[in-house]
Design a protein around this ligand. Structure first.
Ligand code: ZN
Length: 175
């Protein structure tokens, strides 16, 4: 299936629907983040067109494998994202004087497409990115805290070489 769908060919009487599995090579922005060992996200996506407006909705589900930010251990991340937003042509911003028009609309989030094309696989990839935690750490993903082995010498250095260690004696109050 093509990555782009031409908006003007979407029927106004029948939604355009795709479902399947988002392959790793269809998520180029996540190439350095996703590890082997997870499952690929299953998706469905639904585009309903009304003139130039497209309501985009769908769901994305899977268990990804991504590394802990601190210790690098692979962690399972369950993704179950539902989404609904509206897409309008980017040109509308200029021709209709932008925001004022859109503020009257219902509470749907808004996105833009250009050149009569919607990158629907890019939309799905966006949803995976939105599902990622800001920090991915062992203890925040239901694991015990990261185990980063420090050798005894490093621990000793932490005690003696700490440039702030003298502050604990002299205190900050001295002017
Ligand atoms: Zn960790």
């Amino acid at each position: 299936m093509e990555r782009f769908i031409q908006v003007s060919v979407i029927s106004e009487s029948k939604a355009w629907i795709q479902e399947g599995e988002l392959r790793a090579d269809e998520m180029p922005r996540l190439v350095d983040i996703l590890l082997a060992g997870g499952s690929l996200p299953q998706f469905w996506i639904n585009l309903e067109r009304k003139k130039k407006e497209v309501i985009c909705s769908g769901n994305l589900e899977g268990t990804l494998s991504i590394a802990c930010d601190r210790c690098g251990q692979p962690l399972k991340l369950v993704v179950d994202e539902e989404f609904t937003f509206k897409m309008v042509p980017e040109a509308n911003l200029d021709s209709q004087n932008g925001k004022e028009v859109f503020l009257e609309d219902e509470d749907l989030d808004m996105d833009f497409y250009r050149d009569d094309q919607i990158d629907w696989k890019g939309i799905l990839e966006d949803q995976v990115i939105l599902a990622l935690p800001i920090r991915n750490l062992c203890e925040e993903q239901g694991q015990s805290a990261c185990k980063i082995p420090l050798n005894p010498q490093e621990i000793e250095n932490l005690k003696t070489d700490n440039p702030f260690s003298s502050l604990s004696n002299s205190g900050w109050e001295n002017n």
